[in-house]
Design a protein around this ligand. Structure first.
Ligand SMILES: CC(C)(COP(=O)(O)OP(=O)(O)OC[C@H]1O[C@@H](n2cnc3c(N)ncnc32)[C@H](O)[C@@H]1OP(=O)(O)O)[C@@H](O)C(=O)NCCC(=O)NCCS
Length: 147
């Protein structure tokens, strides 16, 4: 039985969440994590869900929908707490959040070289899409290796 307690991010959690993402290697120079959190919390079509073990933030998922499909970002489990089922629990929480919003399909992006995450999503029943992703920065900057 998982000890993970799930709830939505609060103001007091922000620095702890950014630290978790840094420990998990999820931050990138072209993504400001504070701005990403603020944007996800601005409207009711997205949020950041947290998993707490004895009060400590050990898991996260940014979940939202665009009015058609659901998406997750920043899926993270503290390196000291991985392989205990917490990743599965936080993803189930994201799926439940999307179902409640009336969304039927969840999509996500994984860096090709992230073998750990590719195996994780495979275990959770996700299938590789045959679609190709196109991308463009809307502020005119040059394309980065990934988003
Ligand atoms: C990916 C990540 C969230 C998985 O979290 P976790 O708590 O270790 O995963 P769980 O213990 O819930 O594992 C769930 C399933 O995934 C599988 N899995 C997890 N990590 C795996 C790995 N490295 N290799 C193979 N399978 C793995 C587990 O075996 C389990 O499968 P099972 O239930 O069929 O046995 C975690 O490793 C992490 O935070 N990684 C760094 C950040 C990252 O890459 N996030 C994804 C960005 S797209």
């Amino acid at each position: 039985m998982s000890r993970l307690a799930i709830d939505a991010i609060n103001d007091a959690d922000v620095e702890g969440v950014v630290a978790l993402w840094q420990r998990c290697g999820l931050t990138r120079p072209w993504n400001d994590p504070h701005a990403d959190i603020a944007l996800a919390r601005r409207r009711d079509n997205s949020t950041v869900l947290l998993g707490r073990d004895d009060g400590a933030i050990v898991a996260s998922v940014m979940v939202g929908h665009d009015g058609h499909r659901g998406w997750v970002y920043y899926v993270a489990v503290d390196p000291d707490c991985q392989k205990r089922g917490y990743g599965r629990v936080i993803m189930t929480a994201a799926e439940d959040w999307l179902r409640r919003a009336g969304i039927a399909k969840l999509q996500l992006l994984v860096r090709r070289e992230n073998a750990q995450a590719n195996a994780f999503y495979g275990s959770l029943g996700f299938e590789l899409s045959t679609s190709v992703m196109f991308q463009k920065w809307l502020d005119g900057r040059a394309t980065t290796p990934s988003n």
